[in-house]
Design a protein around this ligand. Structure first.
Ligand SMILES: CC(C)(COP(=O)(O)OP(=O)(O)OC[C@H]1O[C@@H](n2cnc3c(N)ncnc32)[C@H](O)[C@@H]1OP(=O)(O)O)[C@@H](O)C(=O)NCCC(=O)NCCS
Length: 175
């Protein structure tokens, strides 16, 4: 795809809110919901926000900083809010905030936050440009700056990891 300038899109245009009741299939014998279930739901919510922003297929390229701040139990209504925080040329960072509500008492707690990076892809699976993010509020500006720093660190980490793999491969071939 060509690199023509795409019109900016607002955070609110791709925001995704996903709610789901937790049942015994999501939990261990004590009724605590598995962390992996929440990660899967968060990946789905983030992926939908990325697709809505890019209006194309998008794949997960990195997940980090996922916290598990409070337990989630069977019977809780879990709500995930996924919002773009940053766009690069073809990559997007999405913040997913998770909360759990006891539908009987109405009490609600923040349970998790996670950051996902998705890359928009074309029909050949190659990265394709995404619209830049139209920043509208001071909070979005702050989130964008922090996301930019996280993304730069991820790229450095990825390069270090690749260099290490190549080094180990070289040693294996010599042995
Ligand atoms: C996503 C994918 C197409 C990127 O291919 P690539 O050859 O690394 O492409 P590029 O080097 O051009 O990188 C594309 C973008 O991803 C970003 N990126 C690549 N690796 C990254 C990483 N580990 N962490 C964060 N960002 C990363 C690059 O910075 C670049 O962003 P920019 O265009 O905004 O500057 C490829 O890595 C892939 O297919 N991965 C598997 C994805 C997948 O199967 N996910 C799970 C199922 S959905």
């Amino acid at each position: 795809m060509s690199d023509e300038k795409l019109p900016p899109k607002r955070v609110s245009e791709s925001r995704v809110v996903l709610s789901m009741m937790m049942n015994p299939a999501h939990a261990n014998a004590l009724g605590h919901v598995h962390g992996g279930e929440i990660m899967k739901l968060a990946d789905e919510a983030a992926g939908l926000a990325a697709m809505r922003h890019a209006r194309s297929a998008a794949v997960t390229v990195a997940i980090d900083s996922m916290t598990f701040d409070e337990p989630i139990y069977v019977g809780n209504l879990v709500t995930l809010v996924a919002e773009l925080t940053y766009t690069g040329r073809t990559s997007m960072e999405i913040r997913v905030e998770v909360s759990a509500e006891d539908p009987l008492s109405g009490s609600q707690v923040h349970t998790n936050v996670a950051y996902f990076v998705f890359v928009a892809i074309d029909s050949q699976g190659r990265p394709r440009p995404v619209p830049p993010l139209a920043i509208e509020t001071p909070q979005e500006q702050l989130r964008f700056q922090q996301a930019q720093e996280r993304q730069a660190e991820r790229v450095r980490r990825h390069q270090r990891e690749q260099a290490l793999r190549q080094h180990i491969q070289g040693e294996d071939e010599e042995a």
